[in-house]
Design a protein around this ligand. Structure first.
Ligand SMILES: [Zn+2]
Ligand SMILES: [Zn+2]
Length: 471
């Protein structure tokens, strides 16, 4: 079908909107709106295909939404939403068809895809057809609220029962009892493991397997105060070390609370690297993580690109010859200047400005200097692409950064604009849909929606049986 109304009297530069009679104005808005919906459906189908192919990956961007942001100038929130809706429509054919015909607005489709399942899509379409976009929004919000209440009931009770109590024992010790939600508890466990490891590294080379808790406490307990740990065999040395670690964490917190966290030391990953690996002469077998497996040479180079360094020199038989001072590869003043200059990851299309690493364009192990003109901020993902992902980076004399894909193609800082703009009327004509000003009309009769009943109906269709989540 041809789109008669469209061709007839659209407002153009020759026929500005100010000259249109109000009924024509209204008709043109609803008609164009329905046409944009048809074109939007087409856009979503194309986005879903791009995402299915992961074709955005060739540009090194983090996701399909980042690609939309970079290539089409769509803001990240709207871009993520477009990708989400596009992928959701794959399992909701009825919703997809209604959008394709221009009958269901994108606003309604967006809301529906947040809650609809293949079983409930028809129901949601009925609400959309006989209600307004705000009815649909209201139902979706109410449904999600009820759903969240059910889901979070358990989490809330765990959260509500969190507690920390302590008491003093007659023998001069203190007992702590802590109850926290498991995910927060694991955070504490990780911190304690890290502190135990830190203390182990700090100990002198004495026998590590003995039941001596730590340097400091062992010395005091043996010489001065008989500690319960030294005599009570039921208390394992591991548990004792954890207790020391907890005190160590408290001590560190009090000592450093006023000090802003220094980025490169947020995580301490200890990597043993052979000098030949860093200079690119060795291979991956020579480096391994402390308490972990072997890592690739390029990964080691990435980790030491922006990290604290301790130089250890070992003899042929592994005998320790010399331990150098710990130093950070990027001094704080340079890091501040870098943060000011780069304002976040410099990879084309990346918006990340937190958790960034300073990357040496020419690695320090290859003689690259720790100077502003040899450094660039990159997020973890893009730092990884440059070391292990085959992407490369050059800095021109004028300071401009050039990023290249593994195939050698230059990544444009700003993507090229499209060569021509497609006519929406042509897209609608191509789709074979007959769009008129009546197409997006709601069949709402003005009555109020029974929200409780509507939510109840949707919960039934989505498999919520009482308080049980859908299986
Ligand atoms: Zn690097
Ligand atoms: Zn990045």
């Amino acid at each position: 079908m041809e789109n008669r109304a469209f061709a007839a009297s659209a407002a153009t530069p020759d026929c500005p909107a100010t000259t249109l009679a109000t009924p024509d104005l209204e008709e043109q808005i609803t008609l164009l709106s329905a046409s944009i919906t048809v074109a939007t459906w087409r856009l979503l189908m194309l986005i879903a295909e791009l995402d299915r192919r992961s074709a955005w990956q060739q540009w090194g961007v983090l996701s399909c939404a980042h690609w939309l942001n970079w290539k089409c100038g769509i803001d990240m929130g709207a871009a993520r939403e477009k990708v989400r809706v596009a992928r959701a429509l794959e399992s909701l054919p009825l919703v997809s068809d209604a959008l394709a015909r221009g009958e269901l607005s994108y606003s309604k489709a967006r809301a529906i895809t947040r809650v609809a399942t293949p079983e409930s899509q028809d129901y949601m379409l009925m609400i959309a057809r006989y209600g307004t976009a705000s009815h649909v929004e209201k139902l979706v919000r109410a449904y999600r609220h009820v759903e969240r209440l059910q889901e979070s009931a358990r989490a809330r009770s765990a959260h509500a029962q969190r507690a920390l109590r302590w008491s003093f024992e007659d023998d001069g010790s203190m007992v702590f009892t802590v109850r926290v939600p498991a995910e927060q508890g694991m955070l504490v466990v990780h911190a304690i493991h890290a502190a135990v490891d830190a203390q182990r590294r700090e100990r002198d080379g004495a026998d590590r397997e003995q039941e001596t808790p730590t340097d400091g406490s062992a010395e005091t307990s043996d010489a001065l105060i008989p500690s319960a740990n030294s005599f009570d065999n039921a208390e394992s040395p591991v548990a004792a070390r954890r207790a020391d670690a907890l005190c160590h964490i408290a001590e560190q917190f009090l000592a450093h609370e006023a000090v802003p966290s220094r980025q490169a030391e947020r995580y301490q990953v200890v990597v043993h690297v052979d000098r030949s690996v860093l200079s690119g002469e060795g291979h991956g077998d020579c480096c391994h993580m402390e308490h972990g497996g072997a890592i690739a040479a390029e990964t080691a180079r990435r980790l030491v690109c922006d990290a604290s360094l301790v130089t250890l020199e070992e003899g042929e038989d592994g005998e320790l010859l010399n331990i150098g001072r710990r130093s950070r590869s990027i001094p704080p003043a340079i890091r501040r200047a870098l943060a000011h200059r780069d304002q976040g990851c410099r990879f084309p299309g990346c918006l990340n400005h937190r958790f960034v690493d300073a990357h040496h364009i020419r690695h320090w192990a290859d003689g690259g200097e720790t100077r502003m003109d040899n450094l660039v901020l990159l997020c973890r993902h893009h730092h990884g692409l440059l070391h292990e992902g085959g992407f490369t980076l050059e800095r021109r004399d004028d300071g401009k950064l050039l990023f290249f894909r593994p195939d050698g193609d230059l990544l444009p800082e700003v993507p090229k604009p499209p060569l021509r703009v497609r006519d929406i009327a042509a897209i609608v004509a191509e789709s074979g849909v007959d769009v008129s000003a009546e197409t997006p009309r709601s069949l709402w009769d003005g009555s109020r929606m029974d929200l409780d009943m509507a939510v109840g109906g949707l919960m039934g269709l989505n498999g919520w049986d009482g308080a049980r989540p859908p299986s």
